[in-house]
Write a protein that binds this ligand. Structure first.
Ligand SMILES: C[S@@+](CC[C@H](N)C(=O)[O-])C[C@H]1O[C@@H](n2cnc3c(N)ncnc32)[C@H](O)[C@@H]1O
Length: 249
């Protein structure tokens, strides 16, 4: 039996493609073992093994509903004659709790708030130990608070290796490729908000996001001025973004 591939959303396919690329010279990308935290219906996990990107996936979720739907979706499928459950393990757990023995070299945390994602990483000491340092590629996609997530990552010694802006059903998502190396880094306010590599790469989606952020910041400044509150930080951010806009036009 061949590979019967169920293609998920553009956003999840982009995350899978980012995971497939090697993290360091000489990495064995024929042996990628993943954890997908917050797997929902396990669409990504199914795609990762069906497409041959990952050899094993632990798909976890904190809620029973998604876990039972994920189990049902996996149990209905086979891969080259074997049950898909030989390749995908579905686990009910909070974040990465209890998953330190999975020997994962790819960890996906997608579709959650930026602060939820940083909380999940922060509670999982094993991802930063000497064995795993530099060996796990994290693929992160926040729905909100992108700036807070970037700030947490940089302050905690994670390196944001690359970012990709993905358009999926009229919404733009930032998908980050991240690795822990223990070195703290700093971004400017606009780099935290928009992503340093997104700024460097530019492009149509970036310009769209930049315009949106400028509009939101202008409104926040006007609101704060009305309430007679300090807006110096927002004004600095706005200035930095306006300078960026001048360079792109
Ligand atoms: C909006 S869905 C996103 C599903 C999928 N990751 C995606 O990007 O399409 C968020 C999922 O994360 C799960 N979730 C939220 N907090 C979690 C946590 N602390 N640990 C594990 N799963 C969590 C929810 O139950 C839900 O299934």
């Amino acid at each position: 039996m061949g590979r019967d591939i169920t293609t998920p959303s553009t956003r999840l396919v982009a995350a899978a493609r980012i995971a497939a690329a090697s993290l360091y010279d000489g990495e064995d990308t024929d042996n990628l073992v993943a954890i997908d935290v917050g797997c929902d219906h396990a669409k990504l996990a199914i795609y990762l093994v069906q497409s041959g990107i990952c050899q094993k996936v632990t798909a976890s979720d904190i809620n029973e509903g998604p876990v039972s739907k994920a189990r049902e979706n996996v149990s209905r499928r086979t891969l080259m004659g074997a049950p898909l459950s030989d390749y995908i393990d579905i686990v009910l757990t909070d974040g990465l709790t209890g998953l330190s023995d999975r020997n994962a070299n790819r960890i996906f945390i997608l579709g959650m708030g930026g602060e939820v994602i940083s909380g999940i990483l922060d509670r999982a000491d094993f991802v930063r130990n000497d064995v795993n340092k530099g060996k796990i590629k994290f693929i992160l996609q926040p729905m909100t608070s992108e700036d807070k997530l970037r700030e947490y990552l940089l302050e905690s010694g994670y390196n944001i290796l690359d970012e990709e802006m993905v358009l999926d059903k009229e919404r733009v998502y930032a998908v980050m490729s991240v690795c822990f190396d223990g070195i703290k880094r700093e971004y400017t306010p606009a780099q935290l908000l928009l992503g340093k590599s997104n700024i460097e790469k530019g492009g149509e989606l970036f310009c769209r996001q930049l315009d949106r952020r400028i509009r939101i910041t202008e409104k926040a400044i006007a609101d704060r001025k009305k309430a007679e509150l300090d807006c110096s930080e927002l004004e600095n951010l706005l200035r930095e973004m306006q300078e960026m806009k001048e360079k792109t036009t």
